[in-house]
Design a protein around this ligand. Structure first.
Ligand SMILES: NC(=O)c1ccc[n+]([C@@H]2O[C@H](COP(=O)([O-])OP(=O)(O)OC[C@H]3O[C@@H](n4cnc5c(N)ncnc54)[C@H](O)[C@@H]3O)[C@@H](O)[C@H]2O)c1
Length: 256
């Protein structure tokens, strides 16, 4: 449940699309925009938890929250889903490219297939979802795209070279898209989360000791959850950030 209370009236009745909105940070972002009175749709591959989230949020949001099941590795499916979202809710003016999969992988055994699948999961769809949404934003007179990168690639972490490569590339892509789409009043920025404790992170990778070690390296001595990313995301999508584009915002509690 998000703890963000700030209100941005410009989001009311506007169509927002979030990728990977079924769990973790994406779910917090979906909820954050739903609480602003926006018409929120999200794409995810995980059916059960996404349906549950959409149902739960629809109960007390101004507009129903729509879940679209699609695999973002399939570019045709992205295009079809974007068309369906626009047909249902109107032009998309905010896109949050959040989906990713931070699988650990071993340098010595990564195959070409693994590498390509990893880039398709963590990078390729960021471009193609932006490409699919851009006509809608142009027709609406502008929009905001927020891409999710990570601090992981800044920290020389050995366990996910393919993921780190994709997350570094998201920054380059953000800057290039900002240059291309700026004349259409479409702003493109990116967020680099630090250690954000989610259910999946706890199940797969994080330990209490690991969390404590990271908190020692944060200026802010507290555990960060998905809602830590919601405020920065709302800000970057909002009119408060009307002159902010091509930027990267680190949200990690100040890791040193
Ligand atoms: N949690 C962290 O500590 C952390 C740190 C840095 C960056 N990030 C970034 O923040 C974003 C969200 O992270 P999270 O921890 O909430 O991740 P998560 O794994 O909990 O959620 C990602 C969502 O994307 C969906 N997804 C994955 N592959 C998909 C596909 N092919 N098609 C459709 N949906 C797909 C998953 O089902 C899931 O709901 C990611 O971009 C991640 O790289 C997270």
């Amino acid at each position: 449940m998000t703890s963000v209370v700030a209100q941005f009236p410009e989001f009311r009745d506007r169509c927002v699309l979030v990728t990977g909105g079924g769990s973790g940070i994406g779910a917090a972002i979906v909820e954050g925009f739903a609480r602003q009175g926006a018409k929120v749709s999200f794409i995810d591959i995980a059916e059960a938890e996404s349906r549950e989230l959409a149902m739960r949020l629809s109960r007390d949001s101004e507009h129903p929250v729509h879940f679209f099941k699609a695999d973002l590795r399939n570019i045709g499916a992205i295009r079809q889903t974007v068309d369906a979202v626009v047909a249902q809710s109107g032009p998309i003016t905010v896109l949050v490219n959040n989906a990713a999969w931070d699988d650990r992988h071993d340098f010595d055994t990564v195959t070409e297939e693994y590498w390509d699948n990893n880039q398709a999961t963590n990078l390729r769809h960021v471009f193609f979802t932006a490409q699919a949404v851009a006509p809608s934003m142009r027709a609406a007179g502008g929009g905001a795209i927020i891409n999710m990168s990570s601090i992981a690639f800044l920290l020389n972490m050995p366990d996910f070279p393919a993921y780190s490569t994709a997350k570094a590339a998201v920054i380059g892509l953000t800057k290039s898209l900002a240059g291309k789409l700026g004349p259409d009043n479409i702003r493109v920025n990116c967020i680099l989360p630090g250690m954000i404790v989610t259910e999946r992170q706890m199940k797969l990778w994080l330990t209490e000791d690991g969390i404590a070690q990271t908190i020692k390296r944060q200026c802010l001595k507290k555990v960060l959850h998905g809602d830590a990313i919601v405020g920065p995301c709302l800000f970057l999508a909002s009119d408060c950030a009307a002159a902010v584009t091509a930027q990267s915002l680190i949200v990690d509690g100040g890791i040193f």
